[in-house]
Design a protein around this ligand. Sequence first.
Ligand SMILES: Nc1ncnc2c1ncn2[C@@H]1O[C@H](COP(=O)(O)OP(=O)(O)OP(=O)(O)O)[C@@H](O)[C@H]1O
Ligand SMILES: [Mg+2]
Length: 240
Amino acid sequence: MISVKNLEKHFGENHVLKNINCKVNDGETIVIIGPSGSGKSTFLRCLNLLETPSSGEIWFDDVEITHPTNNINKIRQKMNMVFQQFNLYNNLTVLKNITLAPIKLKKVEKKQAEEEAMALLEQIDLSDKASAYPSQLSGGQRQRVAIVRSLAMKPKVILFDEPTSALDPGMTAEVLKAMEKLSQLGLTMICVTHEMQFAKKVANRVIFMEDGQIVEENQPNEIFSNPQSERLKSFLSKIL
Ligand SMILES: Nc1ncnc2c1ncn2[C@@H]1O[C@H](COP(=O)(O)OP(=O)(O)OP(=O)(O)O)[C@@H](O)[C@H]1O
Ligand SMILES: [Mg+2]
């Protein structure tokens, strides 16, 4: 579904992504790990063109999305991003936060958008919060609303950039549970996270990045029990 070929990204003198090649299949959950500054966020941001790659190609469902004639907004509707800091609209209720984009961008009728939003809120046990404002929610609830908001656009892929790193452990657990459920439902997910238990349990594949490169890529049990490179061994010894 997604195919990345020879992706490079420079910020001025800083060579941040170096010859990245990878494929993501339909329904896969990929977890990206690696030290701070290794290029994980930049890679995710390149995937939905929040950053412009310096060179290389990204293909999504047989369309080269890096081709200059493409409609970036259409692509982002199909490949959504969930951020660490939720980015909810504080002046809008939970329900409005969720229905805004489907109504505006996809021209879904208000009633239908609201019904779909309520069904999604139900799935993650937040239907009683539909008329609350973000400030009235816990961090974990806010992040789950942000995930529902993304799902409401019916994306094919959701990119998660450290969705739980601003949360305390209890809230982290509830958000990870919601993500695990999405993975089981067959959503394609690419997640940057430091939650290694989540990676072990939920990921189909783990990608280890360091210094702008994919150093190692494998099934989670191989990555954690049988790391091949010295760099991955050293990284794991620091975090586990
Ligand atoms: N907009 C930008 N302008 C200039 N340099 C940037 C920009 N965004 C990222 N960088 C640089 O790119 C490199 C990779 O950053 P990136 O945020 O992708 O790392 P990361 O692996 O996500 O790190 P962390 O785990 O801390 O989030 C860093 O050296 C960073 O300073
Ligand atoms: Mg990052």
